[in-house]
Every structure is written in C-alpha cells, then in structure tokens.
Design a binder for this molecule. Structure first.
Ligand SMILES: [Zn+2]
Length: 416
C-alpha cells in the first residue's frame, strides 16, 4: 500500500515549468533535516484554464525527480476531482483529492441516516478526547446535524473512491477527502463524525481537508482569529488521533491545509501543534509558484518586466471575469490597486517588491498580489509567448520559486 509520508507539500505548478525549482527547495529542506514528500497537484479547473492534460503534470514531476536525482517518494495529485472529472487523471495520478463539498448540506436517504445514527449513539454524553480540555458534549441532535451536513458528501466520496480503486487497484494510490470549499468551517466535533462516516464508507483516507475557521485567501496571509484557529487546529489533531484508533482509519491520517501557501501567521501555531501531537501535515501551496514566476520575469527586466506589466494591465481590465470564480477566496479592495499606467512605469525592483510576499516591505500590496494571483488565465492566453519568457529567464525565475518555498514556507512551518 502506498503510505503517504509524515510531512508532505502540495507544490502545484500551473505552467509545469518549475518542477525542478520546487523540488530544489525540498532537497534543501532535507539537508536541513526536514523530510518532506513532494506532491505535484493541479485541479481540473486549472487544467481547463491553461489547456493542459493531467499527463503533463506527471511528465513534469518525473522529469524533475530525474534531473535532481531525487530518490524519495513523490506523488501526482488529481486535485479537487469528482466522479465527473476523475477519469482523465487515472493514468497520471497516484494521489486523489476527492472534493465532495458540493454534496455537503444535502440530505442522505433515511436508511443511511438511521444506520449512521445507530453507529454513533455510543458517543452520546460527555466524550473525553485526550488532548481536548473540556469533554465534547454529544447529543442525538449533534449526530443528526452531522448526518444532515456530511453524510451524503462522504457517501459521494465513497463512490469516487471505489471508482478509482476499481481502475487502479487497492493500495496503489493515496486518498484525500476534501470538504474545504464549503461556506462554514467544520468544528472538531463535526470532524469526529466526518471521520466516522469516512471509516464506515471504507475509504482509507490518509489526508482530510476541512474548512478551518477564518479566511484562506489565495496567495496572501490568513485573516481571522488566530487564537480560535490555533485551538481548533489542535483539537482537530486530537480528534484525528482518537478517530484513527476508534474507527480503524489509516495510522498516518493527517490534516491537509488547502490554500495553505502564504498563511505565514498560522505557520507558527501549526508547526507547534504538529510537534505536540507528533502529527503529520500536508500543505497545499499551488498558487504561490505562479506569482514567483511573475516576480522572476519582472526581476529579469526588459521584455520580462514588460510582460509582467502586460499581465497586470490585462488582468486589471478583466477584473470581474477573473475574480468571479474565486470570489470566496479573495478580498480585493479595488481602490488600493495601482493603475496599469502606474505599474507600466515601475522598474523591476518596484514591481517585484509590490508583488513579493514580504509584509515588512512598504511596497508590498496584497490587493495587487491577489489580482495577479487570479490573473494566470491572462498568461495562459499568451501561450507560447509566456512559456518562451519563462524559458529565457529560467534562472532568475527558478531562484525566486525555490527561495519562496524554502524560506517563506518550509522553514516557517517546520524549522521554527
Ligand atoms: Zn482545496
């Protein structure tokens, strides 16, 4: 059986050119004593926007591994797939993120609800979970509410899982269940019943992605109550440890943090919590690499900078169209966006410093950064011109990609 290692990093790469630069960060982390397994992930939505096929991500991962002589394991994640989209990922992927958020909040059939309730009545009362201070108060209503919110979704996950298992064979792939793209966060108590349902469906989930409290906007820092986040994150870890034993789920089951790039203010608490519980962690950091490509191009100056400025001009002009699909995960104040003419007058350094996620730099502009984050469609439409610019400026782009993953992400989570 493929067993996902304790620490893993989702390193999605929209334009599939930065595999080596990303892996280089993980190689350097290993030298610093942190073993991280790379997982290249790309969602169906990204493939459609960029006009790529899942096989191209596999080719990128294999090539990067070969080029750097990486002997550890690595995976290719079919990110956020459902029954309708999974088939084109069957050849390339050995990691599947089953996205069932769309099915949450919809009722399952009566017989399944009864069976779920019956299986969980033993928890009614005060449930003590090691690591959680006050016992969880479980009532019949808690169980029925959880069934109403999650049972159908987990049944759907079961269908997707069995479909993949039939094609790829049991134990030949890693399974993640994600319910992060829902409106409201899930409490640790809800996590317990989600895991109960996952076990009852026979899904050998190795990672689970809940929606945490607070905003996880794309490419920028966490916005929310840090104290509450830390409490819930710790309690989720306690619930997972409990559920692994209670429900016989895979021993290595761990949390997966989606939109996990750039959430610098919660990295400290996360790192502390996983050490405390001796828990694993998967962090998805896909979008941040595309922004480093733009920073690298800008730093190159000349035509590279001009291209980065052009991406901004076009993205600015197509604000509504580009932002609409991501409305739940961006918060852009239009009044704080520089005008395209202003940006066209910037030098390389000014552009890079406005975009690079260094909060202490007064030039850093998180609105500018978020708009460019969703602006990858503009670069995709440039097609060969964009790819050629990446190839021509490979070194400076790669340097930014590696530094971002290693210094701002890996070190801040694992080496604090
Ligand atoms: Zn996600």
């Amino acid at each position: 059986m493929k067993v996902l290692e304790k620490y893993s990093f989702g390193i999605g790469d929209r334009f599939t050119r930065q595999g080596r630069a990303q892996l280089a960060a993980i190689v350097q982390a290993k030298k610093l004593g942190v073993d991280i397994t790379p997982v290249w992930n790309k969602s169906n939505r990204e493939h459609v926007t960029i006009h790529t096929q899942p096989d191209s991500l596999r080719a990128e991962a294999d090539a990067a591994v070969k080029a750097l002589g990486w002997t550890g394991s690595y995976y290719v994640d079919a990110d956020h797939i459902g029954l309708k989209t999974v088939d084109s990922f069957l050849a390339a992927s050995d990691f599947y993120t089953l996205d069932v958020a769309d099915f949450s909040g919809k009722p399952a059939d009566e017989a399944s609800v009864k069976a779920f309730a019956a299986a969980n009545t033993k928890f009614i009362g005060k449930l003590t979970i090691p690591g959680i201070e006050a016992p969880l108060e479980i009532t019949e209503k808690t169980i029925m509410d959880a069934a109403g919110k999650f049972l159908l979704a987990i049944q759907e996950a079961g269908k997707i899982y069995r479909h993949i298992e039939e094609k790829k064979g049991r134990g030949n792939f890693v399974t993640e269940v994600s319910i992060d793209e829902t409106d409201s966060p899930q409490s640790p108590t809800e996590m317990l019943f989600i895991l109960s349902a996952i076990a009852a469906e026979g899904i050998p989930a190795q990672t689970v992605a809940p929606k945490f409290t607070g905003r996880f906007n794309k490419g920028v820092d966490y916005v929310g109550n840090l104290v509450q986040f830390e409490k819930e994150f710790n309690e989720d870890l306690a619930v997972i440890a409990f559920a692994v034993k209670e429900f016989g789920l895979p021993e290595n089951l761990k949390l997966s943090v989606h939109s996990g790039s750039d959430k610098f203010s919660i990295y400290g608490p996360m790192g502390k919590a996983i050490k405390k519980y001796n828990a694993g962690l998967h962090v998805k950091t896909a979008g941040t690499t595309w922004l480093e490509e733009l920073i690298g191009l800008a730093c190159a100056g000349g035509s590279g900078l001009a291209l980065a400025q052009e991406v901004y001009r076009k993205a600015f002009g197509r604000f509504d169209e580009l932002c609409a699909p991501y409305s739940a995960v961006i918060d852009i104040d239009r009044a704080k966006l520089p005008s395209p003419d202003e940006v066209a007058a910037w030098d390389a350094r000014r552009f890079a410093e406005s975009l690079r996620h260094v909060q202490s730099n007064p030039a850093y502009n998180l609105h500018f950064r978020q708009l460019l984050h969703v602006g990858y469609k503009v670069a995709a439409e440039m097609g060969e011109r964009y790819y050629t610019a990446l190839d021509e400026n490979e070194e400076v782009v790669a340097r930014n990609v590696t530094e971002n993953l290693l210094e701002r992400h890996i070190k801040r989570i694992f080496l604090v």
